[in-house]
Write a protein that binds this ligand. Structure first.
Ligand SMILES: [Zn+2]
Length: 268
């Protein structure tokens, strides 16, 4: 199992994949991806991700989470409210055996996404509640953090979180190293290949704290082209380049890190 890639953060239940799902999965397998850690953003996606796990039990590892931004990409996108979590709560408990993590959860303080203090406070409330669900269910967390690097890591530390993946982290290296000290892992998608700023960050994070992800269908190499799990080779090669290591080493070590963080993804 450790001879393949683990995509530690992807949105395989997204509607962008509905039309040619079988082909996407075929290319995923051909690329050597063994596990898709499938995060969700809102309660409406929960049933779909469970259904995908039933269809592809050896591949799809489901996570439930309420994202800090609701209504995905569209113009209706808004900061999360505590009531968004209410409808989701029973599902975490009803399906806890099948979940490999709680996510995608986190904080997004990008000014146009969370313009008011009330928005940011509500995000923190929803984040902390889900961190506590993760602790209660003994699950790791799969975390989004944008324009909120320090407060995300501080909040997790305050809540006693020891098992966390910070996906597509773009904070300062000094803040990332605080996360490393707390035992957290960091995953990077194909989009890192077009960001100079991440070079320094990846250079400083020890490989033992790095995982691979695609964040499909977003964060591909080209901004407006649908991304898919088969592209996992791109961040692998990029990280190998930054670290001066063969891509095989990055694949092996990151897969090992991933299964250490998400043990239920391995034993399925
Ligand atoms: Zn995501």
């Amino acid at each position: 199992m450790e001879n393949g890639f683990v995509d530690c953060h992807c949105h395989i239940s997204a509607h962008e994949f509905e039309e040619d799902f079988e082909d996407v999965i075929l290319r995923t397998r051909e690329a050597g991806v063994k596990t898709l850690v499938a995060v969700t953003e809102e309660v409406g996606e929960f049933a779909r991700v469970l259904q995908l796990q039933e269809s592809y039990p050896d591949l799809v590892a489901p996570c439930f989470g309420i994202h800090p931004l609701q209504a995905a990409e569209g113009p209706q996108q808004r900061s999360v409210k505590p009531q968004d979590l209410d409808a989701a709560l029973p599902h975490f408990y009803n399906h806890k055996e099948r979940l490999v993590a709680v996510g995608e959860i986190g904080l997004d303080f990008t000014p146009w996404c969370a313009p008011t203090q009330q928005d940011r406070d509500d995000q923190v409330i929803v984040f902390i509640k889900q961190l506590n669900i993760a602790k209660e269910l003994d699950l790791p967390v799969n975390v989004h953090s944008r324009s909120a690097a320090r407060v995300t890591i501080e909040t997790m530390k305050e809540q006693g979180i020891s098992r966390a993946l910070l996906h597509n982290f773009a904070g300062k290296p000094s803040v990332a190293l605080e996360g490393v000290k707390a035992g957290y892992l960091f995953s990077f998608p194909p989009a890192v290949c077009r960001s100079k700023q991440r070079y320094k960050l990846i250079k400083q994070i020890p490989l033992e704290h790095i995982c691979l992800e695609t964040d499909s269908p977003a964060l591909g190499l080209h901004q407006h082209v649908r991304n898919e799990p088969a592209n996992i080779i791109l961040p692998c090669r990029y990280i190998a380049d930054v670290k001066g290591l063969p891509p095989e080493t990055v694949r092996l070590v990151t897969a090992h890190n991933a299964y250490r963080l998400f043990p239920k993804a391995k034993t399925r």
